[in-house]
Design a protein. Structure first.
Length: 366
């Protein structure tokens, strides 16, 4: 009876959590400098490729939007200007006309507060170039910010775990197999991607006005500016994806793939950031108190910190490393609940989990 009640309570928690849109605003702070960025979770690890791209066997987060000029400027100012270039465009337009190596240093700053420290080893010589990549580094915490690989970018753009007829890929990053509508004329506001569809406006839109969303909730993976990835295309070149305001909407399709020099700078080429959370070694996701079990004590810690919106850590229930305690973490806890764990008061756990589920519903209605 107790086991059945516990199972049903966990099932209720998971079902309710899946109805709630995950909070995505993250504040990254180092010293006195902070950057607000929006991320979306890309889960469903172990998805099939399409047929050779897009398979990712781990959960990660990716920027909902392209990195903006304002966000770029914060890091440029924080580290005193050079070697990061100032970039092109202004405000909430996507930053562009920067090297791939500068993008890597930006990600290092997000990770550690220092452009030289993070997933990317930087040669501090005259050119400040990346000489090695280690996404498993935990020296600066368990969350590592990176340029997305081509597979990470591709999955976030085209994959839909809930696609009618079964999980799979769309042809375009707008949740559709039909080529999206671009910019048809000056002042056109009815568009799905910021691309030349008869009109080249000569500049990108703000990142939060870049068209329709992908199934995972990203914007601008089709159009606005091309985006670089971490994946090497050939010697001296990385893979570039997407399209731009001055190119056609057909280039947003899954079958378009470009190469771009690591050192070239162009005003129609930018990027977005991904984050990887390295689970503490030997720890089960959901085990907030590090005792080897995912149980009522861990649920209590998560409940006590529910909807902490910035700076949350593993011990407070942040199991995916986005600094927030929310429904995503509740789902991780529930799906990793230790089978057969000895429980002093099973009915109490059921009440706790049902209470947490009720709290989620209450928060959602507000």
């Amino acid at each position: 009876m107790f086991d059945k009640l516990l199972f049903l309570s966990i099932a209720v928690l998971v079902a309710v959590a899946l109805l709630v849109a995950p909070a995505s605003a993250v504040t990254i702070t180092h010293g006195t400098t902070s950057i607000d960025m929006d991320f979306v979770p890309v889960d469903n690890p172990g998805n099939a490729g399409d047929p050779t791209r897009g398979a990712v066997d781990y959960t990660y987060h990716i920027g909902k939007y392209e990195v903006t000029e304002d966000q770029w400027g914060v890091v440029v100012d924080a580290q005193g200007g050079y070697p990061l270039h100032a970039g092109n465009w202004t405000g909430d337009q996507p930053v562009a006309e920067i090297r791939w190596h500068d993008m890597a240093m930006f990600c290092n700053w997000l990770t550690s507060g220092n452009i030289m420290n993070g997933a990317y080893t930087i040669d501090g010589g005259a050119n400040y170039t990346v000489t090695a990549i280690d996404r498993t580094v935990t020296t600066y915490g368990n969350t590592v910010y990176v340029i997305p690989t081509e597979d990470e970018w591709y999955k976030a753009a085209y994959y839909d775990p809930n696609k009618p007829g079964g999980a799979g890929y769309y042809d375009f990053p707008t949740g559709s197999d039909t080529q999206p509508d671009g910019l048809d004329s000056s002042g056109d506001t009815e568009f799905e991607v910021v691309c030349d569809d008869g009109y080249n406006q000569g500049l990108p839109n703000d990142v939060d006005n870049a068209g329709s969303l992908s199934p995972y909730g990203t914007m601008g993976q089709g159009g606005n500016v091309y985006e670089l990835t971490e994946t090497e295309h050939s010697a001296g070149y990385c893979v570039m994806r997407g399209s731009s305001w001055g190119a056609g909407a057909d280039r947003t399709g899954y079958n378009w793939r470009f190469s771009h020099s690591y050192t070239n700078e162009q005003s129609h080429v930018g990027f977005r950031v991904a984050s990887i959370f390295n689970v503490p070694e030997g720890t089960t996701p959901g085990d907030a108190d590090f005792n080897g079990d995912v149980d009522s004590d861990d649920a209590a810690l998560l409940a006590a910190n529910w909807q902490k919106m910035a700076g949350a850590n593993w011990g407070e229930g942040d199991f995916n490393g986005d600094g927030i305690v929310n429904d995503v973490d509740a789902t991780i806890l529930a799906t990793n609940w230790t089978a057969g764990v000895a429980v002093p008061e099973p009915g109490g756990i059921a009440l706790l989990l049902c209470g947490l589920a009720s709290l989620i519903c209450w928060r959602r209605r507000r």
